[in-house]
Design a protein around this ligand. Structure first.
Ligand code: NAD
Ligand code: UGA
Length: 428
């Protein structure tokens, strides 16, 4: 596995647990040092236990020496990041191509080189060109095998995926890939073999579709607030139609994370290169950007326009629960936005203090829930961690007339109102 991040590390650990010998290679030496000390550099439930087991049993190795990782490998997975480029919306493939160039130096016998990173259509062709071994027999097959795991649920998603998608026109590579995934396919997952470009596009099309579902229900939530309907009933009622399904129909803050925002932009950019206008995906991106502003306005409305010197508490700041990942979290816009208007912000997150807020005046991290909530004017439930689901707010806040803004609708509206708590949710 080249790149030991959320995808490379989880995939590597899980492949080793299936009995394979796995080398995880990363050019971040600190990360590799931590891993070799048995420490996990990311927060992902269940990862540490499986990692430790396979590391001890010598099926799992960590190194920053690419040669060592590649020499004995039959299959090489490229799992490096593909962030948005600085000057436009396309996917920055510099890390992927860097790896491909380095691989060329070390590949001496037949290998399958797999892109697990999310890459635009035809990236596999470009990698193949870089790896082109002239005047010798075919040394590599370049395959696309996009990853569909979610952070926070990565182990389960990897071991029990709905589908495994493999894109290649090489029968040999397909056979080897299928045998690698056999223990997983046997557990009721579909193995879908398609063209390399097809597999590359399945990944972007899937992420954009999921992002569309969320943006759609978030806009319905805006309507529900005006029409005095609970958006939870709308999600449930819609989801009973199996063609729609109720998963990924939870209204909330803007969708965040390392992938939906960047992949929707990259897909629009890719389509533009083919002269195709993906107007739906463009609208989803705009709708999601707008959502962050809508939420800030709603906070102001809840506090009746008085933000200066108000004590505001954020419960959770990551883009979703069970991860420490801050990429594109709504809190990154909401906290500085409220701080600029003079609010005093305390936040608590189970994954600890965040560098992103370290230099903001009047923004402080609390290491426990009680000190975060004490005497707060407004509590914003930003991320739906389990530990936030059964709180006695009156006991925690110890102050009259505090308000709660539940961005994840984890509390029962009527119970809150019966308890005489000033409670506001999303789309209700
Ligand atoms: P990440 O940033 O967590 O990890 C990438 C790792 O690659 C880093 O540790 C970095 O040090 C390493 N790296 C960069 N260049 C390298 C090089 N030349 N040699 C060795 N290591 C190198 O990224 P991620 O979240 O794991 O995402 C990786 C890819 O997988 C992206 O394309 C992403 O879109 C895709 N993806 C991510 C998720 C997810 O949940 N995070 C899910 C599915 C797909
Ligand atoms: C997402 C996809 O779900 C994965 O299939 C994919 O592999 C991954 O992107 C990727 O390509 O990186 P992830 O970003 O880890 O996974 O997390 P999700 O559970 O999809 O959540 C993304 C965002 O949508 C979060 O901000 C979450 O709070 C939000 N969301 C999700 C909602 O607001 N409502 C929902 O119903 C579901």
């Amino acid at each position: 596995m080249i790149g030991a991040g959320y995808v490379g590390l989880v995939s590597g650990v899980c492949f080793s647990d299936l009995g394979n010998v796995v080398y995880c290679v990363d050019n971040n030496k600190n990360k590799i040092d931590l891993l070799n000390q048995g420490k996990v550099p990311i927060y992902e439930p269940g990862l540490h236990e499986i990692l430790k087991k396979n590391f001890t049993q010598k099926r799992l190795f960590f190194t920053s020496d690419l040669r060592k990782g590649v020499e004995k490998a039959d299959i090489i997975f490229i799992c490096v990041g593909t962030p948005t480029k600085k000057n436009n919306n396309s996917a920055d493939l510099k890390y992927v191509f860097q790896v491909a160039k380095q691989l060329k130096k070390y590949i001496k016998s037949y290998k399958i080189v797999v892109t697990k990173s999310t890459v635009p259509v035809s990236t596999g062709d470009k990698i193949e060109k870089i790896l082109n071994f002239k005047n010798s027999k075919r040394l590599v097959d370049v395959v696309s095998n996009p990853e569909f795991l979610r952070e926070g649920e990565a182990i389960r998603d990897f071991i029990y995926p709905d589908r495994v998608v493999v894109g290649t026109n090489s029968k040999k590579a397909n056979r080897i890939m299928k045998s690698l995934y056999l223990p997983i396919i046997k557990r009721n997952s579909r193995y879908f073999s398609t063209s390399r470009k097809g597999a590359e596009l399945v990944k972007y099309a899937s992420n954009a579709f999921l992002a569309t579902k969320i943006a759609y229900i978030n806009e319905m939530a805006n309507l529900c607030e005006k029409a005095e309907v609970d958006v939870k009933d709308i999600s449930f009622g819609m989801g009973l139609d199996q063609r729609i399904g109720d998963r990924f129909l939870r209204a909330g803050p803007a969708y965040g994370g390392s992938c939906f925002p960047k992949d929707t932009k990259a897909l629009v950019d890719l389509a533009k290169k083919f002269n195709i206008n993906l107007s739906i995906v463009k609208t989803v991106i705009k709708s999601n950007e707008n959502r962050k502003k809508i939420l800030l306005q709603k906070v102001k409305k809840i506090l009746k326009g008085k933000i200066r010197n108000r004590n505001i508490t954020f419960l959770g700041v990551t883009f979703k629960p069970n991860t420490d990942d801050m990429r594109e979290a709504s809190s990154l816009l909401m906290i500085p936005g409220l701080q600029r208007e003079g609010a005093k912000i305390r936040y608590y997150d189970p994954t600890g203090i965040k560098q992103e807020f370290k230099n903001l005046k009047n923004v402080s991290f609390c290491s426990d829930l009680s000190s975060a909530c004490f005497k707060s004017d407004l509590i914003i439930i930003h991320t739906e961690w389990n530990e936030f689901k059964f709180l006695n707010f009156k006991k925690l806040v110890k102050k009259k007339n505090f308000k709660i803004f539940d961005l994840r609708n984890i509390y029962n509206l009527n119970k809150m109102l019966n308890n005489k708590i000033n409670y506001f949710g999303i789309g209700r």
